[in-house]
Design a protein around this ligand. Structure first.
Ligand SMILES: [Zn+2]
Length: 357
């Protein structure tokens, strides 16, 4: 597979803004990314190249493609507009090599932003429309990480498998089994390190997925769940009490529940905060203080994450700057140190490479 070399087609209209001291400091900070989705993070150039390769060409230019892949002014604040941005990449990520290639490109981009530990989230089932099995779909993503690892040997990489809520608890159980078959501790190289549920929250409460989480736990996967992004604090309580999660994705609704905040702090359950994404989806109103403040004030561990770097036109540096502007640079540096202690990636649990032991 030829490594992705994005072609620069459009020169910026004006010179880039000078890098601030804050940005320079945060660029060199070793960053830990615990919540980033494959589908919303594929560099637009790569989606564009694949579209052209297959002569799919839904639009005429890369610029137009970008408008379909990245959130635009006026589209912010609605979850539906946000989720629509994941639509085109699925046209081309139905084949093993393409899944591998886009994952490789995402790892390269994260490395450029100074990410040293990267957990990518991946929904295997939505990459099976052309006949891949869920297991092959997972292997394709892992293959991309393994290719990228050759160029970034210092990086810690791992995959978190997502079951989509709207596909129901039964499919989630099947995916939990497929995920644990590719668990890090059963393989020599990059493996699956965690299990997650994502997709429309309301009407699909965490408790429905209890059996799937039990399967994942028995298979020694670590657990997280999207909860409290577009649903009340009750969903976060369920993720904690009934699914036994180690971490919570977004968890915005928890900020208004003091008892829940105490629980998250007491049990050392980390909240994966995604600032840009939360403003873009409307989980947090534009201009409002981010729940990050409430988490830090309550002593809840937080990580700062991109969620979907392409849709939100962000990266680990921009997220760090955005957070630093709200809570200060020391808190951001502290969050990345904390996140390092909460990563599900444990390379030492992998099987030793053949010939080494
Ligand atoms: Zn997410």
């Amino acid at each position: 597979m030829v490594p992705c070399r994005p072609t620069v087609v459009d020169a910026p209209a004006s010179a880039p803004a000078p890098i601030s001291d804050l940005e320079a400091r945060l660029r060199t900070l070793p960053k830990v990314e615990l919540h980033q989705h494959v589908d919303g993070s594929i560099p637009p150039e790569v989606t564009w190249e694949l579209m052209r390769h297959y002569r799919l060409n839904p639009v005429d230019t890369l610029d137009e493609m970008r408008r379909h892949l990245e959130i635009q002014d006026g589209e912010e604040g609605t979850l539906l507009a946000y989720l629509d941005k994941m639509y085109y990449p699925l046209w081309v990520t139905q084949f093993y090599e393409n899944v591998s290639r886009v994952v490789e490109a995402i790892v390269d981009a994260a490395a450029r932003a100074g990410v040293v530990t990267l957990e990518l989230r991946y929904s295997p089932i939505i990459h099976t429309y052309a006949g891949l099995t869920p297991r092959q779909s997972i292997r394709a993503a892992l293959s991309g990480m393994n290719h990228a690892k050759k160029r970034h040997p210092h990086m810690k990489l791992g995959l978190v498998v997502i079951a989509m809520r709207q596909h129901g608890p039964h499919i989630a159980k099947i995916l939990a089994r497929q995920a644990l078959a590719e668990a890090q501790h059963l393989h020599e190289r990059t493996g699956v390190v965690g299990f997650d549920i994502a997709g429309p929250e309301r009407g699909n409460p965490p408790r429905l997925f209890r059996s799937a989480y039990e399967i994942a736990r028995l298979g020694r996967l670590r657990l997280t769940a999207h909860a409290g992004e577009d649903a009340p604090a009750e969903y976060v309580w369920q993720a904690v009490d009934e699914l036994g999660v180690d971490r919570v994705g977004h968890g915005c609704a928890a900020a208004g529940d003091k008892e829940l905040l105490r629980r998250l702090a007491r049990d050392r359950i980390l909240v994966e905060c995604c600032l840009s994404s939360n403003y873009h989806t409307g989980a947090v109103a534009k201009g409002a203080r981010h729940p990050l403040h409430a988490f830090l004030e309550a002593g809840v561990a937080v990580a700062l994450c991109c969620d979907n770097s392409t849709v939100s036109r962000t990266d680990a540096v921009k997220e760090a700057v955005l957070a630093a502007e709200q809570v200060g640079v020391e808190a951001v540096e502290g969050a990345h140190r904390t996140a390092d202690a909460f990563t599900f990636i444990r390379p030492e649990t992998s099987l030793p490479a053949r010939g080494e032991d």
